[in-house]
Write a protein that binds this ligand. Structure first.
Ligand SMILES: Cc1cc2nc3c(=O)[nH]c(=O)nc-3n(C[C@H](O)[C@H](O)[C@H](O)COP(=O)(O)O)c2cc1C
Length: 306
């Protein structure tokens, strides 16, 4: 680690000068900490956006910015932030408590072998316990721990059924519910810390979301599903610590969540399928997400197999 007082003044001035001008001359070699905008600019030379992203998400030796950013997240203020993460301010909304749920007794090996994509559903209803079981498998609080702070103070940390880079949990779970007993059709947000659902949209809005799905030749009757899960990412929760690499972590975490969801569905006797075909701008607009700080990054349909 280099401290400012060890660096000759003229070098510091040069560094400041270069950093200030680097956005306009990105090929210049920066000295010291680079402004975020140009941290990655000189890494990739691929004309393809996907390849460029891949290159720009690599760790490189001597990347002081990344090291400092990650180090910073071990400080107390960040631990407190992690503990308070995902506390929601739905003050005026009714909280819908979830029932106990169903014990998933199928062996893990059998569930893995049985998993298959399913896209034809009967349209029959299931009890709310099914949904409760699935949401908890995807993003349930499975345990709590205590982090020690200064002056003997302590703070409670929740642990989850899924792992998350830096304990940041940047993905929220929303649902379109269609055929769930004792639950109105509509759009719901699962608050894992309280283990409750918040209804954020009615049936009309949920059907509107279905209009944003890209229709394939084989028509699928989406509203015959029991629920459709929307994985909603807050990229900056992870990117504020990991930079571009944070987006990679988010995609990995969605992968873990989706596999938990598929396996839970299999164990419950339901079928499910990933759904990658939808228009992001339209779905984000309906849900009130800006598409950068909050965006739908994946979808899963699930229901009783026809
Ligand atoms: C990220 C992802 C997105 C997918 N998107 C779609 C989709 O939009 N439409 C579709 O019919 N299947 C979709 N699938 C399902 C795959 O077609 C399916 O998993 C694959 O054919 C293998 O079949 P299996 O899941 O039954 O083993 C998607 C799968 C994944 C992992």
């Amino acid at each position: 680690m280099v401290f400012n007082e060890e660096i000759p003044q003229e070098l510091l001035s040069a560094s400041t000068y270069l950093n200030g001008y680097s956005p306009f001359i990105p090929w210049s070699i920066s000295i010291g900490l680079k402004p975020n905008l140009i941290r990655y600019a000189d890494r990739g030379h691929s004309p393809l956006l996907a390849e460029n992203y891949l290159l720009n998400s690599y760790y490189t030796r001597g990347d002081i910015e990344s090291e400092l950013s990650i180090e910073h997240f071990y400080e107390e203020a960040c631990i407190v932030t992690q503990a308070l993460n995902n506390q929601r301010d739905y003050y005026d909304f009714k909280r819908i408590a979830l029932p106990v749920g169903i014990s998933l007794d199928m062996s893990l090996g059998e569930a893995m072998l049985r998993r298959r994509s399913v896209n034809e559903f009967t349209g029959d209803s299931v009890n709310l316990d099914y949904l409760a079981t699935v949401v908890r498998s995807v993003k349930g609080v499975s345990d709590t721990g205590v982090a020690k702070l200064r002056e003997g103070k302590k703070i409670r940390l929740n642990f989850s059924t899924i792992s998350s880079a830096g304990h940041l949990y940047p993905i929220d779970v929303y649902f379109l519910a269609f055929n769930i007993k004792n639950l109105d059709s509509g759009i719901y947000h699962y608050l894992e810390n309280e283990d409750v659902l918040i209804k954020i949209g009615d049936e009309k809005k949920a059907l509107h979301v279905l209009d944003t799905f890209i229709k394939s030749k084989k028509s699928i009757n989406y509203s015959r599903s029991n629920y459709i899960c929307l994985f909603v990412a807050h990229p900056w929760k992870s990117m504020s610590k990991y930079g571009n690499r944070g987006l990679r972590f988010i995609l990995q975490e969605i992968g873990a969540m989706t596999q938990n969801m598929h396996l839970a569905n299999v164990a419950l006797g339901l079928g499910s399928m990933d759904w990658g075909g939808y228009y992001e701008n339209e779905i984000n607009q309906i849900l009130g997400f800006d598409g950068i700080n909050q965006s739908v990054l994946h979808i899963i349909l699930a229901g009783i197999i026809n």
